[in-house]
Write a protein that binds this ligand. Sequence first.
Ligand code: C2E
Ligand code: MG
Ligand code: MG
Ligand code: MG
Length: 284
Amino acid sequence: YVKERGKNDFMIFNKQLEHQSLERRILESALRQAIKEEQFYLEYQPKMDMSTNEIIGMEALVRWEHPDLGIIPPLKFIPLAEETGLIIPLGEWILKESCFQAFAWQNNDFPPLRLSVNISVRQLEDPNFIDKVKSIVRETGIDAKNLEFEITESVLANVNSIAPILKEIQKIGISISVDDFGTGYSSLSYIKDLPIDTLKIDQSFIKDIHENRESKEIAKAIINLANSIGLNVIAEGVELKEHVDELKKNGSIHGQGYYYSRPLKVSAFEEFLKTAHEALLSVN
Ligand code: C2E
Ligand code: MG
Ligand code: MG
Ligand code: MG
């Protein structure tokens, strides 16, 4: 009986594996096709100065619109793109597209905004990455000072291999922000050894900041750390008025989240900019 059951479990396990790898292979070939056919577009989520309510920049977030399957969320395809290396051509497209867009906005009477782009470790490891970034900056006309790369904290744990690349990025004039700060399980010493400009507090500490003492204290500690060593700090996942009130107790910081705006398509983002700009003019 035991033997029988073992065999059955194995078959079920095998079936699941088969199913998983089939799904994966289908998704992978769809992803290849998608890159060829440019089935992607970008949304932009405003970043705000929480004390003045001014918009200070935006994060580009990629969206995949498959002709049959509809919108596929990044959490479903970014990891696969990373595993297969497809993130390299995709990431290049994302950077170029968002820089062109940001440059257009820059020349459109809007106040200068900083563009944030998520960069995967696979891109940083690409020996051609720095050259690609330089030529995209040149080609799009974006001022590198208005460009920021978001890199997740876990990637920065590899200080020795990552330091030379970050220094090259800094030389171009591009800023570095530590994404999902507080979740990378790494020693903090990388902050002192790497050219970092901003800590982006992970949304897991923000979502219950108004009702959880630990989250409140962790967020406060991160803000104090950033202030005391001269880094900028931004909270991600700001959804509620309660989050804003709680965060503002720690002084002046930046914030991003549904409370201010969801990620927006180009035309909706332009509407947001106009409204924000007019609101500001009417106050002053
Ligand atoms: P991330 O960089 O940490 O981006 C923040 C995610 O939180 C985004 O999800 C955003 O839409 C979502 N978000 C923003 N405000 C709120 C809020 O108030 N509440 C909640 N619950 N969520 C909020 P999204 O767009 O689904 O992206 C998920 C992740 O996929 C990103 O996390 C990033 O790691 C990756 N990703 C997205 N776009 C790109 C890209 O262009 N390149 C790379 N390499 N990765 C990307
Ligand atoms: Mg990000
Ligand atoms: Mg994040
Ligand atoms: Mg995240």
